[in-house]
Design a protein around this ligand. Structure first.
Ligand SMILES: Cc1cc2nc3c(=O)[nH]c(=O)nc-3n(C[C@H](O)[C@H](O)[C@H](O)COP(=O)(O)OP(=O)(O)OC[C@H]3O[C@@H](n4cnc5c(N)ncnc54)[C@H](O)[C@@H]3O)c2cc1C
Length: 321
């Protein structure tokens, strides 16, 4: 049984299916799911510039595995696109800061007009990735059940999933991938929610996608321009479990993005996406096996759960093998 059908749960379900196990995925489609809100950057270099060493090495490993993991789980080719990343400093001080980060992280940047260009990274589309994985899994016999899980326990060599209406489901093993919400009586990973919001615009189609990382007066944001014309501006970061974006945070995000790229002003507004990032104290992917060894809690993916999908898949396979 896999509880949670975000990118972590579906990666775990694919791992279990590939081991030849019968798999049931349970999810209640709550609106706080982080994967539905995610931007889809697979960006170990740009994020390593901002992150710590352990996170950097997990991200680099996940990035090196992503394309072959994608092929292994039959995700379509157009859901992985290599893209250039440009850094756009707002002021001289911001430029010095970016250069200092790049030196500290050991990630080289090349001058590109007024911008700086980083190593090639990649983008995917998280919503399409979820849809695609779900279809693939369903076609290969994985069962999907809708329901809100209230708890997961171990008894007599079985795992028991209890739903909110007291119905139960019994299985040999479970993987809990409920993101920022906990279904365990005691959550050893101490996952906390960090809300993130994105603004989606639509502009002209283009031949290739690219990403711009903006630093303006110390505030950082990113702008993804997809081939389809979709423009993603993100992301805010607020320590809260309230999944509603505030006008002020969106105003700041949009005004910084438009100051950096004035042509965004003319683009059509499409939507705001908001989700709760599952965050561990270490800010890294973390996992915990239950006392009898029958279930695994897999969480803490924070800003990088889409990038980390191959590591979630591998961790699930190691647990189930
Ligand atoms: C604005 C934003 C931008 C982001 N951008 C990126 C990015 O560019 N690249 C990247 O790699 N990562 C990005 N992330 C981070 C990434 O989205 C998360 O790390 C990742 O999606 C976590 O996936 P998950 O499956 O663990 O959790 P979730 O996607 O939150 O999935 C958890 C699932 O569990 C279900 N669930 C929860 N509780 C219960 C329950 N009691 N019963 C039944 N079901 C339950 C929910 O309905 C949900 O479907 C971003 C996040 C945000 C918010």
């Amino acid at each position: 049984m896999v509880v949670g059908a975000g990118i972590t749960g579906l990666s775990a379900a694919a791992a279990a299916r590939d081991l030849g196990l019968s798999v049931t995925v349970i999810d209640d489609a709550r609106p706080t799911g982080a994967t539905n809100a995610a931007a889809g950057m697979l960006a170990p270099f740009s994020e390593a510039i901002l992150g710590d060493a352990e996170l950097g090495s997990q991200m680099l490993e996940a990035f090196s595995m992503w394309d072959s993991w994608r092929r292994g789980v039959n995700v379509a080719d157009d859901l992985f696109e290599l893209v250039p990343t440009y850094f756009a400093p707002g002021t001289f001080g911001d430029r010095q800061e970016i250069l200092r980060w790049s030196r500290d992280a050991g990630v080289p940047l090349e001058p590109h007009g007024e911008l700086l260009r980083g190593p090639l990274e990649a983008v995917t589309s998280p919503r399409e990735l979820l849809r695609h994985l779900q279809d693939q899994l369903a076609q290969s016999g994985v069962v999907f059940e809708h329901g809100e899980v209230a708890g997961v326990t171990e008894k007599d060599s079985s795992v028991i999933v209890t739903f909110n209406d007291d119905a139960t489901l019994r299985g040999d093993a479970a993987i809990i991938a409920t993101g920022a919400s906990s279904v365990l009586a005691s959550d050893a990973l101490a996952i906390r929610p960090v809300r993130g919001s994105l603004v989606i615009l639509s502009g002209p189609t283009r031949e290739h996608s690219h990403v711009t990382r903006v630093l303006r007066h110390g505030r950082s944001l990113y702008i993804i321009r997809r081939r389809s014309g979709e423009v993603v501006i993100g992301a805010t970061s607020v320590e809260t479990s309230v999944n509603i974006a505030e006008a002020g945070e969106l105003q700041l995000l949009l005004s910084d993005a438009i100051d950096a790229c004035p042509e965004l002003r003319e683009m059509a507004f499409r939507e705001v996406r908001t989700g709760l990032r599952p965050t561990a104290t270490s800010n890294t992917l973390d996992c915990r096996v239950s006392p009898q060894g029958l279930f695994l809690q897999l969480a803490g993916h924070y800003r990088h759960g889409v990038l980390m999908a191959p590591l979630s898949y591998r961790t699930a396979q190691e647990f189930l093998s």
